[in-house]
Design a binder for this molecule. Sequence first.
Ligand SMILES: [Zn+2]
Length: 470
Amino acid sequence: MLSRPRPSIGKSTSISRTARGFATLMLAAAVAVSSSVSALAQGVPVVRDAEIEALVRDYARPIFKAAGLANDGIDIVLVNDQSFNAFVTGRRLFINTGALVTAETPNEIIGVIAHEAGHIAGGHQQKLRDQLDRAKTMAIIATLLGAGAMVAGATTNSRGLAGAGMGVAAGGGEMAQRSILAYQRTEEITADRSAITYLNATGQSGMGMLKTFGRFQSALSLAGTQVDPYRISHPMPQERIANLEVLVKQSPFVDVVDPPALQQRHDMMRIKIAAYMQGQAAVARLMRKNPASLASRYGDAQQTYLYGNPGAALTKTVALIKEQPKNPYFQELRGDILMKVNKPKDAADAYAKAVSLDPARSGLLLVSLGQALMAVGTPDSLKKAVTQLNNGVGRDRENSDAYRFLAQAYGELGDVPAADLATAEGHYYSGDYQNAKIFAMRAQQKLKRGEPRWVRAQDIINYTPSNKLK
Ligand SMILES: [Zn+2]
């Protein structure tokens, strides 16, 4: 399922303005996670989803490799915003759900990733990237990279995060003319050329990139329409697009299209974002082209789960599983539906299958499995839940929701110091250092000095804001 982590910071006006734009999301999100209402209230717009993160990582991996960038452990951060944006630090790729749902092919997104990789290879905005990579929590990053922060950096000297913070604080209806990520025209030309190099090295076409940038270029002339943060940060004069077109068409791979299986995963991702984030009309629009396709039927099953009847959704999902028995996300959807109809034992079985089928080894699926086992509620299943939740945070250290479930499971098993330490971790990774320290100290009182958990608690207590964003 698509879900939103619970944030602890980011109560600025411009961020909540972003959240208001997603009023339709509240219904879907309330179904997806119980904490979503507070997420919406505080407005940190990160969403988590095993399927989408894995797909975007698959888009990025060959490009990053061709660019000589860190190949292992790319973190995909999905920013819940309908505008178009994407940004890469050294090891994290931030991308708006709006960009993913707009792109009709994987190639359009891959092209944008290639261009962003070109900015990294060129050392553009290196200081900002370093600051973002040092940032401790997803919550902080999400706040800084939220649409509000992206467009509100109009203050002088706003390159860098301090400027971004000021922009967020100023907030309100002011639409800035530039972004904290503003590139220069020469940097754009360099990044375009590098992007073509990476696409050629991986045997892919530049047509998707050209289509995306061309769309932005034509949008320049339309006054008063939605301003995409990406277009503000990447200047797109006519001659840049013209030059890029020459390069793209010179490539021997200009006519290469995405492999059908990848296109299918892309279509399924788009319809999922539409179902969870945009509502039934958006799903219907995507289904219209080919109602019988697997992606359309996936969208229909999700929509039936979210807005209709779980029994019918389950039937539709089982049919999908028959067609693609190795698809972990169909099993995940089956688990979500079974949780909704209060069959946690069967849900745990579905999530366990999803975990075993998942080549991307997502921590999120383990956390869903842990939650289902918690809901079963026997001492034995609670112990299993603790194991799975610990495996989940092992793969996904910054998942603050997972620590909350872990704390609850430990609490139900009567392991109070472990519960306190998990609560401390959850606060720590969501950026609430004050409460993290309070719970770490509480845990230490019941732990033996020097044992591993005591030491971890001490690390949290010793954390100083000096490594924090400056
Ligand atoms: Zn650019």
